[in-house]
Ligand binder design. Structure first.
Ligand SMILES: NC(=O)c1ccc[n+]([C@@H]2O[C@H](COP(=O)([O-])OP(=O)(O)OC[C@H]3O[C@@H](n4cnc5c(N)ncnc54)[C@H](OP(=O)(O)O)[C@@H]3O)[C@@H](O)[C@H]2O)c1
Length: 243
């Protein structure tokens, strides 16, 4: 089968390309660095020519309101080109609980991306993952100074990018779900505790203090971002990933 992996040079996309190739498929990565721009439309039709499956692993350059325009425009261009090319399966990577955090522009933008895919003519699958383990270090920098990292107690269930990529590749090679698969890591922690575990593993002596108004995850209530019954649980544990 031939796969067009849009965003195939990114964190998840590059690993999905590797996984698909290792399984014997023809997987081609596309992004602005290969001459394909899903916002201007440059190279999009050519990138989907002959593809059986499109896997969209792009990301918006910002997490603010501009993300809504990014996903509205990119899905408009990609879905139209996929329909024209006769693509039989369109896979998107989204976020567990994304439609339950209306206070965050980026989450509204990802929900819009899902809705545009569901409303379109191409058979689809949505994989919703929890926060990537690779994303935790950047999160800790958002609300930190040289002595302290302020974090809310929001429950997170980190999942390794490699496990996300493996699931996306597996879903992409199957029949369209015309639905959603949730994927999370094996352990759930309050973010402040994740911060302490991470700093300790890095030999970073800063203190973590609980601040339920700090950073974007303060907009998230209860266990909205964790998986529920029926989800797939990935194997890699955060404590092992940190090593
Ligand atoms: N971070 C998390 O914890 C998390 C959790 C669940 C789901 N997700 C979702 O996972 C997806 C992938 O994330 P990631 O971290 O792998 O992203 P990433 O590493 O930032 O990669 C983004 C990719 O998109 C490409 N891209 C950006 N703008 C483009 C444009 N205008 N035209 C064509 N390609 C473009 C980039 O390449 P160029 O710059 O060369 O164009 C790159 O290949 C995102 O949609 C995100 O919402 C993230």
């Amino acid at each position: 089968m031939k796969f067009a992996v849009i965003g195939g040079t990114g964190l998840i996309g590059s690993q999905v390309v590797e996984d698909l190739r290792a399984a014997g498929h023809d997987a081609v990565p596309h992004s602005r660095s290969t001459g394909v721009d899903i916002i201007t439309g440059q190279g999009v039709e050519e990138s989907l020519a002959g593809a059986d499956v499109v896997v969209d692993l792009t990301n918006s350059p910002t997490f603010d309101e501009a993300a809504l325009t990014f996903f509205r425009t990119s899905m408009g261009n990609l879905v139209a080109a996929a329909e024209k090319a006769g693509v039989g399966h369109f896979v998107v990577l989204s976020i567990v609980g994304v439609d339950q955090v209306p206070g965050l522009d980026y989450y509204r933008a990802k929900t819009l991306q899902e809705d545009l895919l569901k409303a379109g003519p191409v058979p689809y699958s949505i994989v919703r993952a929890t926060q990537f383990m690779e994303f935790i270090d950047p999160v800790l920098t958002w609300t930190a100074d040289e002595n302290t990292v302020r974090l809310p107690e929001t429950l997170l269930q980190p999942v390794a990018a490699a496990d996300v990529a493996a699931t996306v590749a597996q879903v992409a090679t199957g029949a369209p779900l015309n639905g959603t698969l949730d994927l999370g890591g094996p352990d759930t922690y309050p973010l402040d505790e994740l911060g302490r575990i991470t700093l300790a593993a890095r030999g970073d002596s800063r203190t973590v203090t609980v601040d339920n108004n700090a950073g974007i995850f303060s907009a998230v209530t209860d266990d909205v971002l964790t998986t529920k019954d029926g989800a797939r649980i990935a194997p890699t544990r955060y404590a092992d990933w940190l090593k």
